[in-house]
Design a protein around this ligand. Structure first.
Ligand SMILES: [Zn+2]
Length: 379
């Protein structure tokens, strides 16, 4: 890979700045500087140059799901989302049988080891279940839900030890406390798909959980006499939380409230499923059939089942629906998830020495071009 450079407005050091030259070489950003005259070979853009997006909760897209346990499926997902500006992901699984979960993790680990430039990089695995509460299962297969099992997690981690591990669990279920205390420091525990109350969530934070999965969705809401899991997140001094910013999972006003109460602690996620990028219609999610219509994915009973959101669209919604400034929103799709996933030393910023993960956004938040580890993402 030879040297390439981009020139235009860019999000650098927390602000949108004009006349920025971003130079990439050998998969890294080798220079970011304000220049009066860019070199002749630089790609000049009227869009906004931003760090590649990081999605810590993503199941699939373009017809593929990480639960397919198929390397081609993984490649499809990583290419599809890279075209929409996402250059790093925590591949996310669903509640499933032990055998299916182990197969999915094995395939994700292999795809992560491949790490092909020009597609999104897998830096982590997010197990969304199976240690959740069946009463708040959302679209997760209830027959696969089971008590937390330290042995099962030991074996899964051993099959992908170099990846960052995120586990979404319900703190009130059998074995949750022992699991969190056992893996504390090695696994990022996220509270979600829970029927627990405020006290349950506060206790889980004390045991070592530090994150909330799709805040507001599949958890107890905030009441002024019982603050619920949502209240525990919003009052916490250090916990981080995901928001699905499609404008349906969470009202735009609530997207603003969460961003205000958890400054630099909200990570935008897509929770995208295989239908993302395809026509509306019927699709399989592990265990269930879902219907995509009017931009939302639902079970037959109306329960939301992931999303068909891309991260570029999530960013657009935070600006256009929630009314937040772009300078506030970009870090929620870049720096914040990089920090949560432990890759902030090389991802999430346009800075010398960082991975050459870059997206160029048009004024309407389409992705004009994207680069993943220096290689242009091809349609
Ligand atoms: Zn999910």
């Amino acid at each position: 890979m030879s040297e390439r450079s981009l020139f235009g407005r860019a999000f650098v050091d927390g602000a949108v700045r004009d006349d920025i030259l971003v130079v990439m070489n050998q998969g890294r950003i080798t220079d970011v500087a304000r220049v009066a005259n860019p070199p002749a070979g630089a790609h000049r853009t009227h869009g906004l140059i931003v760090p590649g997006f990081i999605d810590m909760h993503i199941h699939g897209g373009d017809g593929a799901d990480f639960m397919d346990a198929d390397e081609d499926a993984s490649r499809r997902i990583l290419r599809f989302h890279a075209r929409h500006g996402t250059t790093t992901v925590a591949a996310t699984t669903l509640s499933s049988s032990a055998a299916d979960l182990s197969r999915a993790v094995g395939t994700i680990a292999a795809a992560a080891a491949d790490n092909v430039p020009g597609a999104a990089e897998i830096c982590g695995i997010h197990l969304e279940g199976p240690y959740i509460n069946r009463r708040n299962a959302g679209a997760q297969d209830v027959t696969s839900i089971r008590p937390a099992d330290i042995q099962e997690i030991e074996a899964l981690i051993a099959s992908a030890p170099r990846l960052r591990w995120v586990i979404t669990l319900a703190p009130e279920i059998e074995g949750a406390r022992a699991l969190i205390e056992h893996f504390r420091g090695r696994v990022l525990f996220s509270i979600g798909h829970t029927s627990g109350d405020f006290a349950d969530a506060v206790a889980a934070l004390e045991w070592g959980a530090s994150h909330f999965t799709h805040l507001f969705n599949a958890m107890t809401g905030m009441h002024h006499r019982e603050p619920g899991v949502v209240g525990a997140a919003l009052v916490s001094a250090s916990a981080t939380a995901e928001i699905i910013a499609d404008g349906v999972h969470v009202h735009p006003a609530v997207m603003r409230i969460a961003t205000a109460l958890l400054p630099h602690r909200v990570a935008l996620v897509t929770d995208a499923i295989r239908a993302c990028g395809l026509d509306e219609g019927k699709y399989k999610l592990y265990g269930y059939e879902i219907t995509v219509a009017d931009g939302t994915a639902r079970l037959a009973n109306g329960t939301l089942a992931g999303s068909v959101l891309t991260m570029a669209r999530a960013v657009q919604n935070m600006v256009e629906l929630a009314g937040l400034p772009i300078e506030t929103v970009i870090p929620l799709a870049t720096e914040v998830p990089a920090r949560i996933l432990g890759v902030a030393d090389r991802k999430g910023k346009l800075e010398r020495g960082y991975d050459a993960d870059v997206a160029i956004l048009t004024p309407r938040f389409h992705v004009e071009k994207a680069f993943a580890r220096g290689e242009e993402v091809r349609g």
